[in-house]
Write a protein that binds this ligand. Structure first.
Ligand code: GLC
Length: 423
């Protein structure tokens, strides 16, 4: 039996098929280029931050290039920050002046993006920040950039949270009525004293389900969600809530920042990124991999390099990712490896993170595999049961184990995959 989460209100069927998506964090913080929390981290006032608004001019922005990069990497959806905590809006919201159309760039950034990704068959997701460090009614709390400013703290007396929450609901309405079908709504985030009561989540969720019944809602409004979203963390197994498996998605960065960070150097290797994708699917989850475009409007070379590498791998191995999930109970992955399984085709995929010498033993699979091949080039992998190894000291896999006989040389791909056609 393969695990199957209980149905939720949204339509997650396409989501668990796609398995791989692109997160995009883009806003004014691309200009300081030192983390999307820069306003908070450096305790910048609105006046300090204004210089970025006045100079935001992504003249090289071409969402077709972005969509192409995502499609080539084998991704099936994207999620973009319509507004991050800084409060700046990528679309031409009627409810604020703090938006792309009022920067030197002067144009809406979101509609062309949605069109470009949709045209390449990718599903559309909107990230939207619940926090807002620009809105005059958002409380100056412990996460606010002005937290240590006595005057700003004192202004809390005149700040009216309900006005901010009306704004939040109003902007949600714009996002869900002006861009056609939206596939994912990804709110961020609840904390401390700010949660479902403050956001009026119940009312919000009811509205969302009314206007976009199929939409996938993440968990950070605290109620009504379809998916769980662990961040910067690979779960140890299928994510469970109240003892039950749920639909989940790990969101991960290429480096240590979500927004474009010029000087940050902890970029993950291609090997590691492919392994993280495989690891997520082997546990029944998705991977949402983030890029932070520059202030000129491009993906930087480091991101493009990794996306291209992921695409090279996905071109030959998408079969072990798309439509796949955790292997049925009782199938043990080999040492240094992960299994995924496609329930429709009844094929099992053995991913080898380290290339072993000679043989791979898979317990419990003897007699259950009709054919095996390397996925990258469809070359046969001979299968059998113990022969030579059984007679060796320390050798032998037992009669329950299937033995795959590997070539000595690792195939020239990032993570080699063996496709097993089950009986
Ligand atoms: C956090 C951060 C944020 C990022 C998000 C992605 O909540 O505040 O900067 O957008 O995680 O999961």
């Amino acid at each position: 039996m393969t695990l199957q989460p209980d149905p939720t209100p949204g339509d997650t069927s396409w989501f668990t098929q796609a398995r791989f998506g692109l997160f995009i964090h883009w806003g004014l913080y691309a200009l300081p280029a030192r983390h999307e929390w820069v306003k908070n981290q450096e305790k910048l006032s609105d006046a300090d931050y204004e210089k970025y608004f006045r100079r935001f001019d992504p003249d090289l922005y071409d969402p077709n290039v972005w969509a192409e990069a995502a499609a080539n990497a084998g991704m099936g959806y994207f999620v973009v920050t319509t507004k991050h905590h800084e409060g700046f809006c990528l679309w031409d919201s009627a409810l604020t002046d703090y938006k792309a159309t009022n920067t030197p760039y002067g144009k809406d950034l979101l509609h062309p993006m949605v069109d470009a990704f949709r045209a390449r068959g990718l599903r559309v997701g909107f990230y939207h920040s619940l926090l807002d460090w620009h809105h005059p009614d958002y409380p100056v709390d412990d996460l606010h950039p002005m937290r240590d400013n006595a005057e700003a703290r004192a202004s809390n007396a005149g700040r009216d949270l309900s006005r901010y929450v009306d704004y939040l609901h109003g902007q949600t309405r714009e996002l869900l009525t002006q861009f056609g079908k939206v596939d994912i709504l990804w709110y961020d985030f609840s904390y401390g004293g700010m949660g479902k009561e403050q956001w009026r989540s119940e009312e919000l969720v009811q509205y969302i389900r009314e206007v976009q019944p199929d939409i996938i809602l993440n968990d950070r409004l605290q109620i009504g969600w379809d998916i769980k979203t662990p961040e910067q963390y690979q779960p140890r197994g299928w994510v469970h809530v109240d003892g039950k498996p749920v639909v989940w998605e790990a969101c991960q960065t290429f480096s240590g920042s979500w927004g474009y960070h010029r000087d940050e150097e902890s970029w993950k290797s291609l090997d590691l990124l492919v392994q993280m994708l495989v690891d997520s699917v082997s546990k029944g989850g998705n991977l949402l991999l983030n890029v932070g475009p520059t202030g000129r409007g491009e993906f930087d070379a480091r991101a493009l390099d990794r996306l291209a590498g992921l695409g090279e791998w996905m071109k030959r191995h998408a079969r072990s990712i798309r439509g796949c999930t955790q292997a049925p109970d009782g199938y043990q992955p080999p040492q240094d490896g992960r299994l995924t399984y496609n329930p429709t085709t009844n094929r099992l995929y053995v991913h080898l993170f380290a290339w072993p010498f000679g043989e791979v033993h898979l317990d419990g699979l003897a007699g259950r595999v009709a054919y095996a091949q390397l996925l990258n080039d469809a070359s046969e992998i001979k299968i059998g049961q113990d022969s030579w190894a059984a007679g060796q000291p320390g050798g032998g896999a037992g009669s329950e184990a299937l033995v795959l006989r590997l070539p000595v040389k690792k195939p020239p791909v990032t993570v080699p995959v063996i496709e097993l056609f089950l009986n």
